[in-house]
Design a protein. Structure first.
Length: 212
């Protein structure tokens, strides 16, 4: 796929998706960090249902630590892997207090040093909370980039590297959310909605599906 087609894809997605932003509900970088940590192998809807009552009583490292791991688990037990996620959140809160003055660090290496925070979570926080031109790659983005051949790669890291190389600077801030929302609602996993896709004619996916 050449540069002109990639730019056309980004322009169409930007025109179609009027407000490309995360569907996680948050007010502070800390709330976003916790929400993204909880979102691994879970839907944004389920995370928002859990964090709404949680954040009403505890939305800082200190207040979550004061809540304790057992009560934290009660708030997030509807989310998959809640036991390990609760442990990571408690450890992360401790480190944020001890090493970062209770603030979410605006630094990739510092973020991935936190328990339960990997490349994707760090990039989401830097992009969404701090406005960095990073491109986090999750399952939706990995699928869309490989299906369309916009940025094919065998690993998440390979797709991320390719995206950072081929996406023009003016689109890097929104690229993550454009692709994730396109993958969540149009280029879905089992039966992509090719007939309703605004980039269908530019996509190089060979097994397109159309309604009968």
């Amino acid at each position: 796929m050449n540069r002109a087609i990639r730019i056309e894809i980004l322009q169409r997605l930007q025109a179609h998706i009027e407000n490309p932003k995360t569907e996680l509900v948050y007010q502070t970088p800390f709330e976003l960090l916790i929400a993204v940590m909880l979102s691994a192998q879970a839907t944004d809807v389920s995370v928002n249902k859990a964090t709404k009552p949680l954040y009403a009583v505890a939305n800082t490292p200190e207040t979550i630590l004061a809540l304790g791991i057992d009560k934290l688990k009660d708030y997030i037990r509807t989310i998959g892997l809640y036991n390990s996620k609760a442990e990571n959140i408690i450890k992360t809160c401790q480190l944020l207090i001890e090493k970062h003055h209770s603030q979410v660090p605006e630094d990739f290496n510092a973020l991935i040093a936190l328990p339960g925070v990997g490349r994707k979570t760090a990039n989401v926080v830097l992009n969404t909370a701090f406005g960095w031109p990073t491109i986090a790659v999750d399952t939706h983005i990995f699928r869309v980039c490989n299906r369309t051949h916009f940025a094919p790669g065998k690993t998440v890291e390979a797709v991320e590297e390719k995206l950072l190389n081929v996406v023009p600077n003016q689109y890097k801030l929104d690229c993550h959310h454009l692709f994730i929302l396109h993958g969540r609602y149009t280029c879905i996993a089992r039966k992509p909605r090719c007939g309703a896709c605004v980039i269908e004619d530019l996509c190089e996916f060979k097994d397109k599906i159309y309604p009968e």
